[in-house]
Ligand binder design. Structure first.
Ligand SMILES: Nc1ncnc2c1ncn2[C@@H]1O[C@H](COP(=O)(O)OP(=O)(O)OP(=O)(O)O)[C@@H](O)[C@H]1O
Ligand SMILES: [Mg+2]
Length: 451
């Protein structure tokens, strides 16, 4: 009789109920199925594979020195019982689970990021992300599926632009998409004044810039463009642009005028005893300089052409100066490009250090991802390199809390951007020393649009 009440039988009963619940929930409620069945199984898999994985991937450390003297010989090697980092119990979320790991002395988050693919296969999850929210600690996030798959976010203001979006004062915090953690992807231009947007051709850079410009269009923001692809990309915003350069010479003129504007604003701030332009009694309009294909600014057809080289150096110097000192004066830079490598020269590295906002979309060469993210979040590079060409608009970017996140940009079509530019052309600020670009379809009662 005692066999019926034995703990073994109770255990079998619990397992049977658990399996039954799993079978019922699998299709009815995938989320509950994950919490009740998937999560314990995955956590079991994680704890079982953690030690061998750490040893295999070089994530364990030896307590003893890696070399010893035996007789006349120096013997190098790994300790037989290396120590592996301790795992905190994984916290389940709707989309997977998050494991906290305290780094061991000498380790960096990047080493774990290099093993993300191995973890993904061992734990049988869709993807693994490594982030470091605080020094000495990493979060390993195991995802069951791609939270951004099939997500196409529309820009609500772009849709309204043609009808009701009222013109209003500048709001320098834009919602430009959604993140993998189901939060808004924010671009806070007051906190992060300048942005570098990098991605291979057709990765979604211009679409993101459309979203930004469409959001800025109803506000009293001065938008200035530099597009050395002959104006192909930025011409759509022509009616709403305070300036547009399509040649290097024009770019130098615009940059010189903006540097002068910066100096004037610095003077005004000094006189008023404030430290930021938006604290002035009459705040001047924020200026957003949008550069499409920033690499074009750095390249010359021949290094022997002294005139061209001198002009290039001048452009780069002015741009770096503007980025270095413009933030407090409400002058912002958004630089987009297919490639951003150290081969562009020291000016590129200097400019990059000023463009603290980073967006890395699908890239076709590894170095561009390293150059775009490696100096801030080296552990994000692997995830950026895994963004596929067909994941247009998907990017790795800052999460606004010091770490990085994968996100999807809003889809804003070129027509929506062009509509917004036309509708709000009349509130385009005029900047000293910069001509508004010529455009034809100006409403008859507008005074802008001189050629
Ligand atoms: N966020 C997005 N959501 C959905 N589709 C997108 C998104 N971003 C881009 N796309 C699609 O990808 C196409 C190419 O995007 P886009 O023109 O922005 O690329 P790009 O990076 O600017 O390319 P290029 O370097 O050639 O100028 C768009 O026409 C659109 O169909
Ligand atoms: Mg483009």
């Amino acid at each position: 009789m005692h066999t019926l009440t034995s703990p073994g039988l109770y255990f079998l009963g619990v397992v049977a109920v658990w399996l039954l619940a799993g079978a019922v929930l699998r299709h009815r409620s995938p989320v509950w199925h994950w919490y009740i069945v998937g999560y314990p199984l995955t956590w079991f898999r994680i704890t079982r594979t953690w030690r061998p994985l750490c040893i295999e991937r070089g994530l364990s450390v030896s307590r003893r020195a890696s070399q010893a003297v035996i007789g006349d010989l120096i013997v190098r090697g790994q300790e037989v019982r290396p120590v592996v980092p301790r795992l905190w119990i994984g916290r389940p979320t709707r989309t997977g689970l998050v494991v906290r790991v305290r780094l061991m002395p000498g380790q960096t988050p990047e080493e774990y990021a290099q093993s993300a693919e191995a973890l993904m296969h061992a734990w049988r999850v869709y993807a693994v992300r490594i982030t470091s929210p605080e020094r000495g600690l990493i979060h390993i996030e195991a995802l069951l599926s791609d939270p951004l798959a099939g997500v196409v976010v529309r820009n609500p203001d772009a849709r309204r632009a043609g009808t009701t979006a009222p013109a209003g004062p500048p709001v320098m915090v834009l919602v430009v998409g959604v993140t993998e953690r189901a939060k808004s992807w924010l671009m806070n231009f007051r906190l992060v004044p300048h942005w570098l947007i990098v991605g291979a051709t057709r990765s979604g850079k211009s679409t993101l810039i459309h979203a930004i410009v469409t959001r800025f269009a109803p506000q009293g923001v001065a938008i200035v463009g530099i597009d050395l692809k002959g104006g192909l990309e930025l011409s759509v915003y022509r009616p709403r642009l305070s300036g547009l350069a399509t040649t290097r010479q024009e770019a130098v003129e615009i940059l010189e005028a903006l540097v002068e504007l910066k100096d004037e604003r610095t003077h005004a701030c000094n006189m008023a005893g404030v430290r930021q332009a938006w604290e002035l009694p009459e705040p001047p309009p924020p200026v957003v300089l949008v550069i499409d294909e920033v690499a074009e600014l750095f390249l010359v057809t021949s290094n022997r052409d002294r005139e061209e080289v001198a002009l290039r150096d001048k452009t780069v110097a002015l741009l770096v100066k503007l980025a270095q000192l413009g933030a407090a004066l409400d002058i912002h830079v958004i630089a987009g490009g297919q490639r951003f490598g150290s081969d562009l020269g020291s000016g590129a590295t200097l400019l990059r250090s000023q463009l603290s906002g980073r967006v890395c979309m699908h890239v076709s060469d590894g170095e561009t991802a390293v150059m775009t993210l490696g100096d801030i979040w080296p552990e994000a590079v692997v995830t950026a390199q895994m963004i596929r060409a067909d994941e247009q608009g998907t990017a790795v970017t800052g999460d606004g809390e010091g770490s990085w996140v994968r996100a999807r940009a809003m889809f804003t079509g070129v027509d929506e951007a062009a509509d917004a530019a036309r509708i709000y052309s009349r509130i385009t600020p005029v900047l000293p020393g910069i001509k508004r670009p010529y455009f034809v379809d100006l409403p008859p009662d507008s005074e802008g649009g001189e050629g």
